[in-house]
Write a protein that binds this ligand. Sequence first.
Ligand code: CA
Length: 233
Amino acid sequence: MLVLVIEDEVDLATTVEYNLRAEGYQVRLAHTGRDGLASANAEPLPDLIVLDLMLPDLSGTEICRRLRDQERTRSIPVIMCTAKGEEIDRVVGFEVGADDYVVKPFSVRELMLRIRALLRRADSSRREGEPPLLRFGRLKIDHDAHRAWIDDTELTLTALEFRLLHAFVSRRGRVQTRDTLLADVWGIEAEVTTRTVDTHVKRLREKLGEAGTYIETLRGVGYRFKDQPDEAA
Ligand code: CA
């Protein structure tokens, strides 16, 4: 497993690198946003990126946005490192597609736990026994490639939106509470609120267009992906 650490505080980056190597990971370091972006695109692609929010040249949110815009880097899990008091940026971190975050000063142990959890989640979501290509009405999902289409139009989904969509489709017809979705899609470690679930479901619906009606809201309970696609959608 290769982890890319984009962090301008050299001491911190070196400490993280040391601990990652001690746990058997391979590590690449970048100390500026531009170097980080280049390194994120270099072969072999990293399996996970630890991304500092405040960098001298490009912000972490901008880097994350660019990673999500490019097909080759779109599904690489990102853990954002934010400083205390950056509440808004924290949210923005999720908005632009970060998968998790830690607040500085964080303990290296906490970061390691989150990295492990995120890699495990990325791995286990590939092994749920679903066929790689899933079809539901006009929707088609390639789980291995992290791609989804409505008819022949590919959707631009963040890694988180993709996991959300996959969670919905693979348990279609069943009620999913916000807490279930939080645990399965965000991971129980993430300190996000159920309102975050609503925000992301809303955005996913918008991206699905007419097929957004596949996701039903159960007031006060949660959501349910339709059991059968209907002709209207
Ligand atoms: Ca920094």
